[in-house]
Write a protein that binds this ligand. Structure first.
Ligand SMILES: Nc1ncnc2c1ncn2[C@@H]1O[C@H](COP(=O)(O)OP(=O)(O)OP(=O)(O)O)[C@@H](O)[C@H]1O
Ligand SMILES: [Mg+2]
Length: 479
């Protein structure tokens, strides 16, 4: 029962019902009473005019005493009941008593007025009076005037039944329309709500399916209204979640694969080391290889940790001035032994001051990723250049190499997780550039690549600190 009252259908029907009832109520209250009083007032005004018109004839009749003839003719003329009262004085005033002439001729359906209030009022005021009286449940309009200096009173009376009849007709019609309107409101409310409820339930089922991890069936709704828009939003969510789910599966599969390779290798070396017949140089060689695998595992673990922090939005970056020229020097110094080992020339190009606004450690991390790539993915003997500069108000760190280059159609893929170009040395796991780009974005910067055979440049662009600080200065300060 509670569910019934909380359903959209019931609520919509009730709302429609209320609206229709209120609208018809307002129509009823605005039309019926004013129509009623208007008709009544018109009739009483007509009687007043007629009464005034009849005064001279009534005075003549008073002279001749032919009251009967007068009332009949007058009644015929004015289409109302005409009565003449003879007045008598009673203690404390006058009384109009019963009529001495009555156009209705005492017909049984019509009551004979005694002490009619309007006639009495006319007698008391000595002037024409009009108003309404109710007798035996019949409402009538009346106009009365004293004749012959108050010896008689002329009274015109007309029942308002016919006028009220039209009002009652209007009343009945309004009530009938109200009844039909209310039934229609109920049916429309339920019908409309049923259609909506069906679409809502379909969306609900789709949401449940998605919540249950089933992203296969598309969410569809043909209506172009708000529910249709909601379905489109649901569909976008389904597609996005499906992509994220795929990415998650792929990530887990790739990560486990990447972890397994060095672990298998370590296990193999451990077994080999168990062999007591191994000579010392071979043992040392194995230990070196093991150290390399442990290094690879450690780097992989810290890369995965960075990525998970980035995904969870838990990695925060500082906003501080970072001197990119000094950072370039640090990189050149740090990678000098690696470059020497791989036979590369690592050069630091002279540069003007380039101060970025970012996180020093994270900027250094991006620089390391780029320099390490340039040393690792290019043939020995080729030079690698590191440059810091300011370009169009941005602080830039560039790492340029003279390797074979990256095909244009692959350049964007480099930034995907676990992506490695075919023929790349297997030691990397393909996470470096993905991390570099996400870190740069976190600092409102970008990492881009430009490459042609013989020249590849990776560029890190960040806000320039000086410019940002200048923009932040409050307006109107003196320099
Ligand atoms: N300077 C470069 N010249 C040519 N190829 C490059 C260069 N830098 C990156 N690449 C290609 O892009 C791929 C992705 O680079 P990324 O740094 O993301 O991963 P990785 O170096 O393979 O592994 P790691 O996660 O250890 O950095 C590399 O595997 C390599 O194929
Ligand atoms: Mg790399």
């Amino acid at each position: 029962m509670r569910r019934f009252f909380r359903s959209v259908g019931t609520r919509l029907s009730l709302a429609l019902l209320l609206v229709v009832a209120a609208a018809l109520g307002i129509v009823y209250l605005a039309v019926v009473p004013s129509l009623e009083s208007r008709l009544e007032n018109t009739r009483v005004a007509q009687l007043t005019v007629a009464t005034r018109r009849l005064v001279p004839e009534a005075s003549d009749a008073s002279d001749t005493g032919l009251w009967g003839e007068f009332v009949d003719t007058a009644a015929h003329d004015v289409d109302a009941r005409v009565m003449i009262f003879q007045t008598s004085s009673v203690p404390g005033g006058f009384s109009v008593g019963s009529p001495i002439a009555d156009s209705s001729g005492g017909r049984s359906s019509q009551t004979e007025p005694t002490n009619d209030p309007i006639a009495t009022r006319a007698l008391q005021s000595g002037d024409l009076e009009h108003g309404f009286v109710r007798e035996a449940e019949i409402r009538s309009a009346e106009a009365a005037v004293p004749i012959d200096r108050g010896a008689f009173v002329l009274l015109l009376r007309d029942s308002l039944e016919s006028q009220l009849g039209s009002v009652h007709l209007v009343q009945r019609r309004v009530l009938l329309s109200a009844g039909v309107g209310l039934v229609l409101a109920l049916l429309l409310g339920y019908g409309g709500a049923w259609i909506f409820a069906r679409r809502i339930r379909r969306l609900e089922r789709a949401a449940d399916r998605i919540a249950g991890g089933d992203f296969d069936e598309p969410v569809r709704d043909s209506g172009g209204d708000e529910l249709g828009d909601l379905a489109v939003a649901f569909e976008r969510m389904r597609v996005r979640l499906a992509q994220l789910d795929d990415a998650r599966r792929e990530f887990v599969a790739n990560a486990s694969h990447e972890l397994r390779t060095p672990l298998f290798s370590l296990a193999g070396f451990l077994e080999l080391l168990d062999d007591e017949d191994l000579d010392e140089p071979t043992k040392l060689e194995f230990l070196d290889s093991m150290r390399e695998q442990v290094g690879r595992l450690t780097k992989l673990a810290s890369d995965l940790l960075d990525l998970s922090r980035l995904d969870a939005g838990r990695l925060t970056v500082e906003r501080e001035p970072v001197d990119l020229r000094a950072l370039g020097e640090e990189l050149a110094e740090e990678f000098a032994p690696t470059a020497a080992a791989s036979g590369h020339e690592l050069e630091l190009e002279p540069a003007d001051a380039a101060v970025a606004l970012g996180d020093e450690l994270r900027t250094l991390q991006i620089g390391r990723i780029l320099v390490e790539n340039a040393l690792r993915h290019t043939p020995p003997g080729t030079p690698v250049r590191v440059r810091a500069l300011t370009r169009e108000g941005r602080a830039v760190l560039e790492v340029e190499d003279e390797g074979p280059g990256i095909p244009a159609e692959r350049q964007e893929q480099l930034f995907e997780r676990f992506f490695r170009l075919e023929g790349t040395r297997a030691s990397g796991s393909g996470l470096g550039l993905a991390i570099a780009r996400q870190l740069a974005q976190l600092m409102d910067g970008t990492v881009t690549v430009e490459s042609a055979p013989g020249r590849t440049v990776f560029t890190l662009e960040l806000h320039a600190a000086a410019r940002v600080e200048r923009e932040r200065e409050p307006a109107g300060t003196l320099d």
